[in-house]
Design a protein around this ligand. Structure first.
Ligand SMILES: [Zn+2]
Length: 69
């Protein structure tokens, strides 16, 4: 199971209509809020949809917090 964090950049299997595949996670909950990195559009998707459409996690955005210890 994939662990998501706010700030992560993920790549989905299906592109946004603008042609972008990469999304930044803005909010995590029952629904995720994702921002298209290509056009800046934001969408809400249920977590199950995000997991089903996920191809790869491109970069973990919260590494700063994790490495601060
Ligand atoms: Zn887009």
């Amino acid at each position: 199971m994939t662990v998501f964090q706010v700030g992560d950049v993920i790549r989905l299997k299906k592109p946004h209509p603008c042609g972008g595949y990469e999304w930044k996670i803005l909010r995590i909950g029952a629904d995720f809020r994702l921002e298209c990195l290509t056009c800046g559009h934001t969408v809400m998707l249920p977590r199950s949809e995000v997991e089903r459409r996920l191809k790869t996690v491109v970069s973990a955005g919260s590494t700063n917090e994790r490495s601060k210890s």
